[in-house]
Design a protein around this ligand. Structure first.
Ligand SMILES: *Cc1c(COP(=O)(O)O)cnc(C)c1O
Length: 221
């Protein structure tokens, strides 16, 4: 959410789009999400699917005199409590996004010299992409260095984490998928990636503390 590719907001490019409002996301309702459609017929069916397969929504609009089962479906409606929790964040969506971008840009600016020295790699944002500062990551040399840096940060009360393991190495990935070609980058890149703290309440001074600790770590390398 709040990102765009060639001026088009993400979620609006194809026939369908989704946003997640999971607790880890920029805007959150604990668990939940948003589904975009671009045609009326998809909207009508989506309404039925999320209402347990019934045309209850049409009934509320007075379009039918009783509601009944008309299709597949399940109970996908969020509770009003969750929706209210999300709604207040959507009212400040711009402000939340602005703050996250400030934090992101600060990380970038304060770590750029380490990238210039070849110690870390920073995220790359192509010119025609507008991002929403969902995460800030750095890439270090390899798995060993990442493990040492994560431990070092933990000792200084910084909770940084590694991220998604490549799907083809997971149990379900092995069962249902396959790796096509030679795994030259996927595993190696995954092994050296670290996510740094990124959330709305994070202070700019805390970002500076974190980047200072990363600099100290690399001084000892
Ligand atoms: C986004 C995300 C989820 C939830 O995604 P949904 O599409 O809302 O199910 C779970 N775990 C992690 C790490 C995520 O980033």
């Amino acid at each position: 959410m709040m990102s765009a590719y060639k001026g088009k907001p993400l979620g609006t490019i194809g026939d369908f789009g989704t946003y997640s409002f999971h607790e880890t996301k920029n805007y959150t309702m604990g668990e939940g999400g948003l589904f975009f459609v671009n045609r009326k017929k998809y909207r009508d069916r989506a309404e039925v699917i999320r209402e347990k397969g019934t045309n209850r929504k049409q009934f509320f609009r007075g379009e039918v005199d009783k509601y009944s089962w008309v299709d597949f479906g399940s109970s996908y409606l969020p509770s009003e409590m969750n929706a209210a929790y999300l709604f207040s964040q959507l009212e400040c969506a711009e402000e939340i996004n602005r703050k996250r971008l400030i934090l992101w840009n600060r990380y970038y600016g304060e770590l750029e010299d380490l990238q210039d020295k070849g110690k870390v790699e920073l995220p790359y944002i192509p010119d025609d992409c507008r991002h929403n500062a969902h995460m800030f990551y750095i890439k270090v040399k390899d798995l060993l260095q990442r493990t040492r840096l994560l431990e070092y940060l933990k000792r200084h009360e910084i909770k940084a984490v590694f991220h998604y393991v490549p799907l083809h190495t997971s149990a379900a990935g092995k069962k249902f998928g396959e790796f096509v070609g030679e795994d030259r980058y996927t595993t190696a890149e995954s092994d050296r990636l670290i996510r740094l703290p990124m959330f709305y309440a994070l202070k700019e001074s805390e970002v500076s503390y974190i980047t200072e600790m990363i600099h100290r770590f690399f001084k000892g390398e």
